[in-house]
Structure formats: structure tokens, C-alpha cells
Design a protein around this ligand. Structure first.
Ligand code: GMT
Length: 380
């Protein structure tokens, strides 16, 4: 089967899921074509079954804004025609599902067509997709998809609540490729902290939805009681809030390490003691799952789909969004009890194993087959 994957190339969760999915499909012999504005961050382009098609936006003096969606739909149309794709898979509704619908319209003019799968990832539904500027186009393009998938039960519920969706939504969760978690090759703990210090970690694209101030406040409270370090991985618009916090709390400068974007994240996750995820919204929480796969328990908010991943009192702890005090107390409890920490590390790994790619990939393959069969029988 030849599959076209449309996704963001950056470090966001939807791009990571799309890339890891495409690479696993390619390893199984599928021909996978990535259509994106740049080479996706984790993509191994050396696999002969993987192709990358860069969307080139042509600038013109008349354009106040560059028309990316038009260039994207033209590129989708060209790649489907050139490489005879069987199916398109859009990750994130805006602009991918919308542009794919336009490309399908162009193909139909030539009596051709291709089935479209749209995977909803989170903020395309819970935040930006609800804005009046986008809502109708998002709802329309979801309904025009042949198959709709969502990454959690919670996101499915939100989608049905916020939009008038006329089709079934299938839940296929995020996943972990454990073959990438080579335990023999971990980062040395001593490179990150002193031997008597605990390590707290947060990984995100530092958008307001991640509540980075809560991460910093939790650390401040925890650090009063427990000798510790905070590692922040990622880049994004809230970086300024971190700098401001450091200016106001100079005593913590040596305790907080900003690492930006890193490769081989699991090596650092494996060295950490607790992962903090106090998000305002989180459809699934891939970052938490990645931490758990590295045997790091999670202290998080209970937003969206997080409770489907992080289990209260088993793999970590959850509190209401914004309840910094509760999240700090949970972190202190976890970090001051070695036995509890060891137990939760094991539980976290066991829970993460439920989301092994070897379990989730067949669900995607089955969904592709069903989509193709239904689409072909409609064409006859
Ligand atoms: O979380 C992000 O910052 C990125 C965002 C995206 O769409 O790129 O992630 C969303 O998709 C991930 C993969 O399906 C989910 O694990 C994240 O929970 C979700 N983020 C939010 O809902 C805020």
C-alpha cells in the first residue's frame, strides 16, 4: 500500500506520532510519502520506502500572507498522481485535512479519487479549531474524511461535544517504539545532578497550554524540601516566562537546566526521577508516555486524556489543573520515599508497555484496510 502522510515537521506531538507511524509502516514494507513544509524532525530518510515531498510556498508581492494551504493541496494532488498513492493520512485537522479535501476535489475533476483518514491530535479540536475563524472549516473537513481517528477517548468526547460530526470516530492512541529505548545506553545521572539530588523533568514545546509557570512553582516548592534539579527540554513561546522566573529567583539558576531541543530524549528521561506535566489541555500526553516508557513516574494535571495514560497512585499522581500545591505535595511524597519511587517506576513502565507500537500499529493497518475496502466498494 502507498500512503501519503501529511503532518507538521516540528517537535509537536502530532508530528512525532505521524513520523514514528510512517517509519514503522515503511519498515513493514509500506511505501510512505511524507508531505510537509520541512523534513520531519525524527524522520529517517535513509529508509528506501520513505519519500519526502517539501511543500514550497511561492511568495509574490501581492500576498499579504503566504498561501501555504494552496501550495499544500497542489503538492498533495501532484504526489498522489505521480506516485499513484492509495490513501492519504492527515495528522491535525488544520490545515492538513482541509488541504487534502481540496486535493481530492482536484482529482475528482479528472475522475480520480483517494480515501482520506484524518487523525485528530488535540489542540486542533480543543483550542485553535474552536476559534470562529477556523471552526466551520475544521468541522467540514473532519466530516469530509473517509475515516476519523482520535488519540484518546477524551478527545473523541470533546470532538463530538464541540462539533457536529456525522461519522464514527475511532480511537487509536499514541504509542511507543521500545526498540528506541536502549537501556544500556543511558545518560549518566552524574552529568545532570549531584548524587544526593533528585531530578525533575519537563518536556514540551513550551506553549501557554503547558502551564510552564506551574512547572517552575512546583519545582520551587519541592526544592525547599528536597535537594533537586529541574531539567526543561524544548523550545517555545513561554521561554521568556522561564527567563523572568530565573531573574526573580536567582538562587535557583544553578538548579534549573534548560536544554532546548534534544535528540535521543529517552537517555535523559531515563536519568530523571519524576516527570511534570501540569497542562491546561492534553488530549493524550505523549510526553508523559515517553517518560513512563523510560521508567519515570509522572505528576500531572488531570486534563483531557492524561488519566487514560497516568494512573492515580500507580504510575504517578494527578491533580486539578492549576493545583500547584497538590502537585508539589505529590512530588515531595514520591521523591522522599525510595520504595514508593521504585514501585512507581516499575508500574510506569508496565503501563507504557500497553501502548507498545507492536500493539497499536496493527490497529492503524486494520483501519487503513477497512477504509480502502469501504472506499472501493463505494466507487463501484
Ligand atoms: O502537545 C503539543 O504541544 C503538540 C500537539 C500537537 O498536536 O502537535 O500534541 C497533541 O498531540 C499529541 C499526539 O497525539 C498528544 O499526545 C498531545 O497530548 C496533544 N497536545 C495537546 O492536546 C495539548
Amino acid at each position: 500500500m502507498k500512503i501519503g502522510i501529511l503532518c507538521y515537521p516540528t517537535y509537536g506531538g502530532s508530528g512525532i506520532v505521524a513520523t514514528e507511524l510512517g517509519m514503522s509502516l515503511a519498515k513493514k514494507g509500506y511505501e510512505v510519502h511524507f508531505i510537509s513544509s520541512n523534513l520531519p524532525a525524527r524522520l529517517d530518510i535513509t529508509n528506501p520506502n520513505i519519500f519526502f515531498h517539501k511543500v514550497n510556498v511561492q511568495s509574490y508581492p501581492l500576498f499579504q500572507y503566504q498561501p501555504f494551504d494552496i501550495a499544500l493541496s497542489s503538492m498533495i494532488y501532484r504526489v498522489v498522481n505521480l506516485y499513484k498513492l492509495d490513501l492519504l493520512h492527515a495528522h491535525y485537522a488544520i490545515p492538513y485535512a482541509y488541504a487534502a479535501f481540496m486535493a481530492k476535489q482536484m482529482l475528482r475533476e479528472e475522475k480520480k479519487d483517494i480515501p482520506l483518514v484524518t487523525t485528530l491530535h488535540g489542540t486542533d479540536i480543543t483550542l485553535v479549531g474552536q476559534h470562529p475563524s477556523y471552526k466551520h472549516a475544521v468541522e467540514f473537513s473532519i466530516n469530509q474524511s473517509d475515516t476519523i481517528t482520535s488519540v484518546s477517548e477524551s478527545l473523541k468526547k470533546d470532538t463530538l461535544q464541540f462539533f457536529n460530526i456525522k461519522k464514527e470516530i475511532k480511537v487509536i492512541t499514541n504509542f511507543i517504539d521500545f526498540s528506541e529505548y536502549k537501556t544500556s545506553d543511558t545518560c549518566q545521572r552524574k552529568q545532570l545532578a549531584q548524587s544526593d539530588e533528585k531530578i525533575l523533568i519537563h518536556v514540551s514545546n513550551l506553549r501557554p497550554v503547558k502551564r510552564i509557570e506551574d512547572v517552575l512553582q512546583i519545582f520551587k516548592i519541592v526544592n525547599h524540601k528536597i535537594k533537586s534539579k529541574l531539567i526543561i527540554i524544548g523550545e517555545g513561546p513561554e521561554m521568556e516566562k522561564i527567563n523572568q522566573f530565573l531573574e526573580e529567583n536567582p538562587d535557583l539558576i544553578d538548579k534549573i537546566r534548560l536544554m532546548g531541543k534534544v535528540n535521543e530524549l529517552y537517555k535523559i528521561l531515563q536519568a530523571a526521577d519524576v516527570f511534570l506535566l501540569p497542562s491546561e489541555q492534553e488530549s493524550f500526553g505523549l510526553a508523559a508516555l515517553e517518560a513512563m516508557a523510560a521508567e519515570t513516574p509522572v505528576v500531572s494535571s488531570n486534563a483531557g486524556g492524561i488519566p487514560e495514560v497516568n494512573i492515580q497512585g500507580e504510575t504517578g499522581y494527578l491533580a486539578e489543573v492549576g493545583n500547584v500545591e497538590a502537585m508539589s505535595n505529590y512530588t515531595i511524597r514520591l521523591l522522599s520515599d525510595e520504595e514508593l519511587l521504585t514501585k512507581m517506576r516499575k508500574n510506569a513502565l508496565r503501563q507504557a508497555q500497553k501502548f507498545d507500537i507492536n500493539t497499536i500499529l496493527p490497529l492503524y493497518e486494520e483501519m487503513y484496510m477497512e477504509t480502502l475496502e469501504k472506499f472501493n466498494s463505494k466507487q463501484k
